[in-house]
Design a protein around this ligand. Structure first.
Ligand SMILES: Nc1nc2c(ncn2[C@@H]2O[C@H](COP(=O)(O)OP(=O)(O)OP(=O)(O)O)[C@@H](O)[C@H]2O)c(=O)[nH]1
Ligand SMILES: [Mg+2]
Ligand SMILES: [Zn+2]
Length: 353
């Protein structure tokens, strides 16, 4: 899948500001998270973060082997997909548990990052250096075009084109199937590839494989839609934990808690990410939200007023397109629901951008 656009200046500035803030915070304390004797460390080498949890990260070395690493505090934000410089601990005859250990010294510039807002951290980076985003949804939890729109906005904001995958399609009755097909047909008309699959019945999953051969891909989507189940099927031996969808709420149980990168024998990489109940967008500006509605964009300049909210404003070209049947009502309604939820979040939360 081709990258459609580069990061805007504003996006780059925001990324840099965040990085600066984190660095400034980190520089207050230069000590590593654990006592490391520098004399014990080998020379710097390149590595790739394949998992990040607590105070540690698993790094893949250049030979493809995983090494558990501690982090220098100066490293600040480190996520799955980051390219790093790291040094191996040399035990030189001392007893250890036989496992290789290392220290991450520095992170290289990211070419992309998937972010979501976080109560405590401001903005949380989910994973970095991603080339392809697969938005996974399902029939249980219910298919929701609003949730899809949220992931589409986030993916467009990265300058990437999402592929939309609907899993558990064997659970859909005729009415649900028709609804999903209709929605997917529209998304496809916007240029987003779509796939309906059943991991359980191994239907359609083979169509996914060729798309995952190169590059770094990520599976995102609500908890319980089957991201980890799919990866287990696509990569035999992946052995990722999967969890049942709650019978009461019809929602997933947040089984995957940290992003993790897996490798296909052919060389492609795939990141499994933890599902979130609500994929918040309140770290984005109204313009970034609008950029996720790519069919609105060519119309904006035709709106009568420059500050048109594209709602009940007189002479709104977007609303006219909805009334003419060129843009479906659901996209228009989702846009306004998401804009409204951002307003509410801004006034309710202390979080500042
Ligand atoms: N009926 C049906 N169930 C499926 C299918 N694929 C996965 N499941 C089930 O869905 C449940 C949730 O699967 P997971 O793979 O843990 O979902 P996840 O998206 O990784 O969830 P989080 O890690 O919480 O984000 C499990 O009970 C799976 O067995 C499918 O095609 N059909
Ligand atoms: Mg999972
Ligand atoms: Zn308008």
């Amino acid at each position: 899948m081709a990258k459609r656009k580069k990061l805007s200046k504003g996006q780059i500035r925001r990324i840099q500001q965040n990085r600066q803030r984190k660095l400034a915070r980190a520089e207050q304390d230069e000590t590593p998270t654990v006592a490391i004797d520098d004399a014990q460390l080998g020379s710097e080498q390149h590595g790739l973060v394949i998992s990040r949890y607590g105070q540690h990260a698993d790094i893949e070395d250049e030979q493809g082997n995983a090494v558990r690493c501690d982090l220098r505090r100066t490293v600040g934000s480190l996520v799955c997909g980051d390219k790093v410089l790291w040094r191996e601990v040399r035990y030189d005859g001392q007893s250890n548990d036989g496992k290789r250990r290392g220290v991450v010294e520095a992170v290289q510039e990211r070419h992309s990052q998937l972010t979501r807002p976080d109560y405590y951290d401001g903005v949380k980076v989910v994973a970095s250096n991603i080339d392809q985003v697969f938005v996974v949804s399902s029939v249980l939890p219910d298919f929701s075009d609003q949730i899809l729109d949220r992931y589409i906005i986030a993916t467009e904001d990265m300058g990437l084109t999402p592929t939309l995958v609907v899993n558990k399609i064997e659970l859909a009755d005729d009415a649900v199937r028709q609804h999903i097909d209709q929605r997917l047909a529209y998304y496809q008309s916007l240029g987003y590839p779509t796939l309906t699959i059943s991991c359980k019945q191994q239907m359609g999953t083979d169509d996914l494989l060729p798309k995952l051969n190169d590059n770094i891909s990520i599976f995102v989507g609500q908890s319980g839609v089957g991201k980890s189940s799919l990866i287990n099927q696509l990569i035999p031996g992946a052995n990722i934990d999967v969890g049942d969808v709650s019978e009461n709420s019809g929602l997933g149980q947040h089984t995957t808690t940290a992003s993790r990168m897996l490798t296909f024998p052919a060389g492609g990489r795939l990141i499994d990410s933890p599902g979130v109940r609500e994929f918040g967008l309140w770290h984005l500006t109204p313009e970034q939200i609008l950029n996720g509605y790519i069919e609105f964009l060519p119309l904006i300049s035709q709106c009568k007023f420059r500050d048109c909210k594209h709602q009940n404003d007189p002479g709104c070209a977007v609303r006219a397109a909805v009334e003419a049947g060129d843009i479906p009502q659901f996209r228009f309604d989702n846009y306004h629901k998401i804009m409204q939820s951002m307003e509410e979040n801004r006034s309710n939360r202390t979080f500042v951008r």
